[in-house]
Design a protein around this ligand. Structure first.
Ligand code: MN
Length: 491
């Protein structure tokens, strides 16, 4: 057996849920056939790329469907397969994820003409909003492409690395995928800022040498303080990611001075319950004095907007040096590293595989889907506000289109000025005539209400009604609604 394929199976077997090994092997064979005699720029067989992507997905504890989509993600665009082949062999769900990945890969954001940027961003969001797994596969794909970026031309390197820092890393952050965000940033950093990267690496060296000894000592002390009371706690000390260090050094209060960075190494204590988090905080503060004014942040009581939860404290550690500590539960830690993907892992484990369908069809997971789709929206707004060149745009492409949601989190793309009636006809033409009222974001509104970007629209209907109201023609804006209403009224 191919060694990478057996690596994939070993990784997938270690995930906390049942997987379908036969399906994974047959998807690998399908992809291998589709990419016959193709090579990557590195000279490796092409199949190594989708296999590495699938291994990453398995490491992130994703389900068989997502792993298979990872294996097949380039078979249509770069290989010899057709969509029909995929549907026949692996089903519509896999085909849809592959479609989504192909679509967002074709949408180039960095380097696109300014007026196209917002429009492309919107298209990308629409694809991603339909199935979260599209984003996750895309990020696994991006990570492997960054790892093999050395083989591409300088121009391609720049384009990929920049797009990662501009779009994919902030998106991962917005979705709460802290671990994935840092991984992408650290891979892109040397390509976007080669000089800065080299000099930071150099000036960091002496700090790391001293740091190593210090970390050992700190680990020993923390173990002595925490473990007697909480034997199941786990202590980790890690070095700050290099790109986030680079960003921090640019802050005015730090002004490039590495000795002012207190979290070059940060300690993390993981425990089972919320109450134990506060217990650990107490134990640590009784041994190491907290630094005045820098203080304690309680993101357990008040989570960050992306859902991040943890206690943070800065204390005077051994030798009087300031040490930053993060205290959280194991579940909060998975959430902090994997964000929305973590939710996917948990729910799938609990419902033993049935959750994908529940998630897609609304049901109990609707709130979760709606949550992350809304986070996508907020992020889209942020990126538009922050981007200098977008500020200079005279028009805003998004003003002409709206993204609105059903209570289940399904996303609909409507022209600006659209009303709940337009929404109903966009959902299904049979729904239109049955409308009796509408709620937007939980509040009753009139049927001629103008929807806003990000609104959640719920229709109130009477199943017995068969005819639309002719007044509606006075305010609907979509052709579908107009045509359908006119047709029914005539007959
Ligand atoms: Mn790819």
């Amino acid at each position: 057996m191919n060694t990478l394929l057996s690596d994939l199976l070993i990784t997938a077997r270690a995930t906390p849920r049942p997987i379908d090994e036969n399906q994974i092997v047959s998807a690998w064979e399908f992809a291998n056939l589709a990419h016959t005699s193709q090579l990557r720029k590195s000279g490796e067989p092409f199949i190594n790329h989708p296999t590495q992507v699938a291994i990453t997905l398995a490491k992130w504890n994703l389900d068989t469907t997502t792993i298979i989509a990872g294996l097949l993600h380039d078979t249509i665009e770069d290989g010899g397969a057709t969509r029909d082949d995929i549907v026949k062999n692996f089903g519509e769900e896999v085909a849809q994820i592959v479609d989504g990945v192909t679509n967002i890969t074709q949408i180039r954001l960095t380097g696109s003409r300014e007026e196209q940027f917002v429009e492309n961003l919107r298209k990308m969001l629409l694809v991603m909003a339909k199935d979260l797994r599209v984003v996750i596969v895309k990020m696994a794909d991006r990570i492997h492409n960054l790892e093999t970026l050395a083989y591409l031309t300088g121009e391609k390197q720049q384009e990929n690395a920049r797009e990662t820092l501009d779009i994919y890393a902030p998106l991962a952050e917005r979705l709460g995928m802290g671990h994935i965000k840092s991984q992408m940033e650290d891979l892109a950093f040397p390509y976007v800022y080669p000089e800065e990267y080299k000099s930071l690496k150099q000036s960091l060296q002496p700090f790391l040498v001293i740091g190593e000894k210090y970390v050992k000592n700190l680990n020993k002390l923390l173990t002595q303080i925490v473990i007697p009371d909480l034997p199941s706690a786990k202590i980790f000390i890690r070095q700050k990611h290099i790109y986030s260090l680079f960003k921090k050094l640019q802050r005015p209060e730090i002004d490039g001075d590495l000795s002012k960075v207190h979290d070059l190494f940060a300690a993390r204590v993981l425990v089972d319950t919320n109450a134990q988090c506060y217990q650990v905080l107490g134990l640590i503060h009784s041994q190491f004095h907290p630094v005045p004014y820098l203080g304690v942040s309680d993101f357990i009581a008040t989570p960050k907007p992306n859902g991040y939860q943890s206690l943070h404290t800065k204390v005077f550690g051994p030798e009087g040096r300031i040490v930053e500590l993060q205290i959280r539960t194991f579940a909060m830690n998975t959430q902090a590293e994997m964000g929305v993907a973590a939710h996917w892992q948990y729910s799938a484990v609990k419902d033993s595989g049935a959750s994908d369908r529940i998630l897609e069809s609304g049901g109990v997971k609707a709130n979760f889907k709606l949550d992350w789709v809304r986070q996508l929206m907020v992020w889209q707004e942020e990126i538009q506000d922050n981007s200098e060149y977008l500020k200079t745009l005279k028009f805003d492409a998004l003003q002409h289109r709206l993204l609105v949601f059903s209570p289940k989190g399904d996303v609909y793309d409507l022209p600006s000025g659209a009303t709940p009636v337009d929404f109903a006809y966009a959902v299904h033409t049979d729904l239109g005539p049955q409308i009796t009222g509408a709620k937007v974001n939980g509040k009753l509104v009139s049927l001629e209400y103008r929807l806003n970007n990000g609104d959640v629209v719920e229709m109130l209907v009477n199943r017995k009604r068969k005819l639309p109201n002719s007044d509606w023609l006075n305010f609907v804006v979509t052709t579908t609604a107009r045509r359908q209403i006119a047709k029914k009224i005539k007959t």
